[in-house]
Ligand binder design. Structure first.
Ligand SMILES: Nc1nc2c(ncn2[C@@H]2O[C@H](COP(=O)(O)OP(=O)(O)OP(=O)(O)O)[C@@H](O)[C@H]2O)c(=O)[nH]1
Ligand SMILES: [Mg+2]
Length: 313
């Protein structure tokens, strides 16, 4: 008999596998063909591997480092057969990605989470899915509709509020987003919410005034509740490739990013971006988006991620 935990774990893993199918069929299938296609480990094999990794958006630096480590281990451990490289590559990929990060939890009251990022990356959807996830864990969640810029944004968040059984604090369209954030935190404090999630408007990292607005929202949240926001999550669209890294660097200059939500992994064969983000940004990937449904945001876990990526059908 399987316990509930076991069923949940298997469900989590198959969803992960399904969401990563494109990367598995692209990146990983190519690697496996390379390793199975010849018996010996040659210089050419290393070069081919490097090319495959770069193509999968792992980034040149991370790809070079990974292949170099592989080379060293093959030498040190006197490995001769190419087919044994898969296991080593998996181990080194886990090492490169590092420990996953958990969502912050304020032990003394509500945890305030601000969600930021470039237009259309999946901020509102991820905020809604995060609410769904947290409510499912038994938390009381409040959403703050601080995207007052786009007409449909408030309504979009309200739909997510209904879906996830979280209440929504909103003002009129065009009003000051910092004031919405302030009210949301105040409401969360007085209602005894466990999490207050603040959705913000999409902005390009090159729009200086909008980046300053983000900084202001953060500051005003801190005025409503000292120590808040406890988490500032940057939403990155996995399909934008290496450009995502420069977005992250510029957002980090405006507000202290504490974690990454990497969305739309289901829509790309270049899931290597996870490793590039984890390796270069020094900010942990905390959640990954694997689809548009409420259950399609998953806490990021390095081990399950790499295992699901390499698991055969
Ligand atoms: N396939 C897939 N689609 C996603 C994922 N996350 C978000 N989307 C879709 O991406 C589109 C944009 O999502 P939004 O949440 O509205 O993005 P946003 O960042 O809030 O957009 P703005 O507020 O306009 O900046 C929607 O159609 C979402 O359903 C994901 O993980 N996978
Ligand atoms: Mg939005």
């Amino acid at each position: 008999m399987w316990g509930l935990m076991e069923i949940a774990r298997v469900g989590f893993f198959s969803k992960l596998k399904e969401g990563l199918a494109k990367t598995r069929n692209g990146l990983v299938a190519k690697i496996e063909n390379l390793f199975q296609g010849q018996s010996e480990i040659t210089e050419e094999l290393y070069e081919d591997l490097e090319a495959i990794l770069v193509q999968a958006d792992l980034g040149v630096d991370a790809a070079l480092n990974l292949v170099e480590t592989l080379r060293e281990r093959v030498k040190a451990e006197r490995i001769k057969e190419a087919r044994r490289l898969t296991e080593i590559l998996k181990e080194e990929l886990k090492e490169l990605i590092g420990e996953p990060g958990k969502l912050a939890k304020n032990p003394e009251g509500p945890t305030v989470v601000m969600v930021v990022g470039v237009n259309g990356t999946g901020k509102t959807t991820s905020t809604g899915k995060l609410a769904y996830h947290l409510v499912g864990e038994g938390n009381k969640v409040l959403l703050g509709a601080a995207d007052t810029f786009r007409a449909a944004a408030i309504e979009q968040l309200e739909i997510w509020g209904e879906r996830s059984r979280a209440s929504v604090i909103k003002h009129q369209m065009g009003s000051d987003p910092a004031a919405v954030a302030y009210d949301a935190v105040q409401a969360g404090l007085s209602r005894g919410s466990d999490y207050i999630l603040i959705d913000t408007a999409g902005r390009l990292h090159t729009q200086t005034n909008l980046m300053q607005e983000l900084e202001k929202i953060g500051r005003v949240i801190g005025r409503a509740m000292p120590g808040a926001p406890h988490e500032i999550l940057l939403v990155i669209d996995a399909t934008t490739g290496q450009n995502a890294l420069s977005q992250a660097k510029l957002f980090s200059k405006a507000v202290p990013i504490t974690g990454i939500i990497l969305t739309k992994l289901d829509g790309t064969a270049k899931g290597g971006i996870v490793a590039a983000v984890a390796d270069t940004l020094k900010v942990p990937v905390k959640f990954i988006g694997l689809g548009e449904g409420p259950d399609d945001l998953k806490p990021f876990d390095t081990d399950s991620f790499v295992e699901a990526l390499f698991e055969r059908d």
